[in-house]
Design a binder for this molecule. Structure first.
Ligand SMILES: Nc1ncnc2c1ncn2[C@@H]1O[C@H](COP(=O)(O)OP(=O)(O)O)[C@@H](O)[C@H]1O
Ligand SMILES: [Mg+2]
Length: 258
């Protein structure tokens, strides 16, 4: 198989059981570089569980997760992050007491680590790494128009800005796959529109695959190339936004059509 034929992310038979509840049942998904794939479904349908299984926060009971063909389902979250999967959480998880810049810098350092020895000796290598981290931090803050707020405490930003800061903090780790869990939650229509433009811009700019979980149907339908619909842990439909909107069962289970 040529390299282009190997998808960026591929899950198969992915299953997560909590006690008597099967939160995710034999799920499969394929995401290629440059694609934005939406995952939708009612509350409790397994969307966040899917994210947690892919990013190593939960160990699946069965199934495989492959990143560019490499099985990763038994690796810890930090290893998976280093291999190129970055995520945001449902609800923000910023370092509220650090500044906006420090939040992005901390993530950029994951991508450009410097050794303790470099740090202690103040080697030229350290300087070069620090310069790279600073440049990437400035670029990302510019991308979300937060450069003028760089010295504010992250916790003092308006909520919409915090969500966008969280998104570029994930980007700062240099991912190949970006996973966004309800990124538009709590945003008004104008902020959601800006978020849509940001996500579609960064997938080309940074050559990413993107997975978005979201309840905002306007965002999902206008942003995604493909959509997977979950209900009670199972994939009930997968297709283009137009096909999802036209599908009677999907309208029934998710879009609330009588
Ligand atoms: N750590 C956990 N322990 C037990 N049950 C869980 C855990 N995480 C999620 N669940 C349950 O699994 C189901 C799927 O949850 P989740 O993946 O968070 O759904 P969604 O993100 O689609 O709203 C829910 O019934 C939820 O209560
Ligand atoms: Mg969730």
């Amino acid at each position: 198989m040529s390299e282009a034929a190997v998808p960026l992310l591929e899950t198969s038979g992915l299953t997560k059981i909590f006690g008597r509840l099967t939160a995710l049942r034999s799920q499969s998904i394929t995401v290629r570089t440059g694609e934005i794939v939406g995952v939708i479904g009612p509350n409790g349908s397994g969307k966040s569980t899917f994210f947690n299984c892919v990013t190593g926060f939960l160990r699946p009971n069965a199934g495989e997760v492959r990143l560019s063909g490499q099985p990763i389902q038994n690796l810890p979250p930090m290893k998976i992050a280093r291999l190129g999967i970055a995520r945001t959480f449902q609800g923000t998880r910023l370092f509220a007491g650090l500044t906006v810049r420090e939040n992005v810098r901390a993530a950029a350092q994951l991508r450009h680590p410097s050794s303790m020895l470099d740090a202690v000796l103040g080697t030229p290598r350290l300087r070069a790494v620090e310069d790279k981290v600073d440049a990437m931090t400035a670029e990302l803050l510019g991308l979300v128009d937060l450069h003028r707020q760089a010295d504010r405490r992250a916790g003092d930003l308006p909520y919409g800005d915090q969500r966008r800061l969280e998104l570029v903090r994930a980007l700062a780790t240099g991912p190949r796959l970006l996973m966004l869990d309800e990124p538009a939650a709590g945003m008004d229509a104008a902020e959601t529109r800006r978020l849509l433009e940001l996500i579609s811009d960064i997938r080309h700019r940074y050559k990413l695959g993107v997975i978005v979980v979201e309840h905002d149907m306007d965002l999902i339908m206008n942003l995604c190339d493909r959509i997977q619909v979950l209900a009670a842990g199972e994939t009930v439909f997968e297709g283009t936004p137009a096909a999802v909107q036209a599908h009677p069962r999907v309208r029934e289970v998710y879009l609330g059509h009588e």
